[in-house]
Design a protein around this ligand. Structure first.
Ligand SMILES: [Zn+2]
Length: 496
């Protein structure tokens, strides 16, 4: 170290992510076994000679997994090479009975790219180095908890062979919160593409590497030269399974490494395990060098050529583009547009009713009322997927003035969600149909006739008198009249 002491050094974290996502295909990547883990399924029931790695069983590539991979590449702006290959990554561990994992080594299906996202109100773009297809191993359960103390280990190959996409970013993140914001955006994009289900257990797994460099080594554009990065020892943190977990694990690791450096100690280059329950990272084992995996070409699978086909694979409008269009086309502010494009299902539903009714009314109903009530019940729009016609009908009832906004929000919408009833049924049983204008006019006349004292008070300028009369009319109409209209009608009559 030079003249500066350790305490004076200003330090910066350098973070890169390897994100493993399960692709939503009906069958596994190299065999016909289902990927659908039913509720409480028995272990080792979705298996066959291929995913059990029996001798002589040959893999056949799933077209659906390739299609999903191409969609991801297009969304991330990756180059999709004319020809790619599969490789064997050799390692001995019981979760893979073949003793190798089929993956893509030096010929990934997606090469390069970037993803833009917002963090703390600022736009950031992070480079994607590559994204490749591979198979998921089986899952191990160590009886009695940890691998060190277990008497035995149970192996379930139901998961083995589930198609995975590993997305590797450039070391472009400078903070844990950036990594979290990126993962949220990536998830959103993958869900828009229809290739990923974030609610599926274990569908997202993240390995993160983090090292600490001198802040002075980062140039104005946020770049760090290769040599500086190479010379900094980094740790790889495994076992992260959520956006929030990634942020916590990286914040912990950043503090741990900075503390070591500031005390003049060297950070050890190692693999660490994120212990979610304790909120710490712990040392696992020294990291295998790449050469230990003895990668070589998977001879049982021919080279994969997607050059002609890839142009036919279409991707939908992605969240950023849709957000912008919602602002322009429907005149929505940024906050509403963001809420309404948070998932593809929400955006699709909004567009459906924005086409039939006033776009702003539709926005309030979807972004504030519906999403608010769903959120309160810990539900998602996918939970009411089969009932969207009913919710559109509710907006229609409000838009055509058949029920009051208040009743629609406070009674109809809530009962629809709580009691699984349709809007018309609720309006009828609760007698919420808006009183027609004649009935309101009659109620106004009656209220004036029956309350001469209040009328005198009104003329004497007493503020509360009008409210009292409005209340009388509302009572006569069982709350179904619009208070604004009642107010207006009363003034008209009283001021004559
Ligand atoms: Zn199988």
């Amino acid at each position: 170290m030079t003249a500066q002491t350790a305490e004076q050094r200003e330090l910066t974290a350098v973070i890169g992510l390897e994100v493993h996502v399960q692709l939503e295909t009906a069958t596994k990547i190299f065999c016909g076994c289902s990927t659908d883990a039913g509720d409480e399924e028995e272990p080792n029931t979705r298996t066959c000679p291929v995913c059990l790695g029996l001798p002589g069983a040959l893999p056949v590539l799933n077209e659906g997994a390739v299609e999903a991979a191409v969609k991801i590449g297009k969304a991330l702006g990756s180059a999709i090479p004319e020809e790619t290959r599969f490789h064997r990554k050799n390692y001995y561990y019981p979760d893979l009975p073949k003793n190798f994992q089929i993956t893509q080594y030096d010929a990934p299906i997606c090469d390069g790219g970037e993803l833009e996202f917002s963090v703390d109100g600022e736009r950031r773009a992070v480079g994607i180095q590559r994204a490749h297809l591979e198979e998921d191993p089986g899952s191990l359960t160590h009886a009695g908890g940890s691998i060190d103390t277990a008497d035995y280990t149970l192996i379930d190959y139901n998961r083995a062979g589930t198609p995975l996409m590993e997305i590797v970013t450039a070391p472009d993140f400078r903070s844990a919160s950036e990594a979290r914001a990126f993962l949220a955006k990536l998830t959103e994009v993958l869900e828009y593409l229809g290739v990923f289900d974030v609610t599926r257990n274990g569908s997202l797994r993240v390995d993160a590497n983090l090292s600490i460099v001198d802040a002075a080594d980062v140039d104005e554009d946020g770049h760090i030269d290769e040599a500086t990065l190479e010379s900094a020892n980094r740790t790889e943190v495994k076992n992260i399974s959520s956006h929030k977990g990634a942020e916590k694990a990286l914040a912990y690791e950043e503090t741990r490494q900075k503390n070591a450096i500031q005390r003049g100690r060297e950070v050890e280059q190692e693999t660490r395990h994120w212990d979610e329950s304790r909120g710490i990272t712990v040392s696992m084992r020294s990291k295998e060098a790449e050469k230990d995996y003895r990668y070589f070409t998977e001879a049982d699978l021919p080279p994969l050529r997607v050059s002609g086909w890839k142009d036919e694979i279409e991707i939908p409008e992605l969240p950023d583009a849709r957000r912008e269009r919602f602002g322009e086309e429907y005149g929505l502010d940024a906050e509403s547009a963001a809420k309404l494009t948070s998932t593809k299902q929400v955006a699709d539903f909004y567009e459906r009713i924005a086409g039939s009714f006033d776009p702003e009314t539709a926005a309030t109903w979807v972004a504030d009322n519906l999403l608010g009530e769903l959120n309160y019940r810990d539900m998602e729009i996918t939970d009411i997927e089969g009932r969207l016609d009913e919710f559109a009908r509710l907006v229609e009832l409000v838009d055509t003035d058949e029920i009051t906004v208040k009743n629609a929000e406070e009674i109809v919408l809530r009962r629809m969600l709580d009691d699984d009833l349709g809007p018309d049924e609720i309006v009828e049983t609760e007698d919420l149909g808006k009183t027609d204008s004649d009935a309101v006019a009659t109620a106004v006349e009656e209220a004036i006739e029956e309350n001469p004292g209040a009328v005198d008070d009104y003329h004497a300028g007493e503020g509360g008198a009008l409210n009292f009369l409005v209340g009388q009319v509302m009572a006569k109409t069982q709350g179904s009249a619009d208070p604004g209209t009642v107010n207006e009608l009363l003034r008209e009559q009283l001021d004559e």
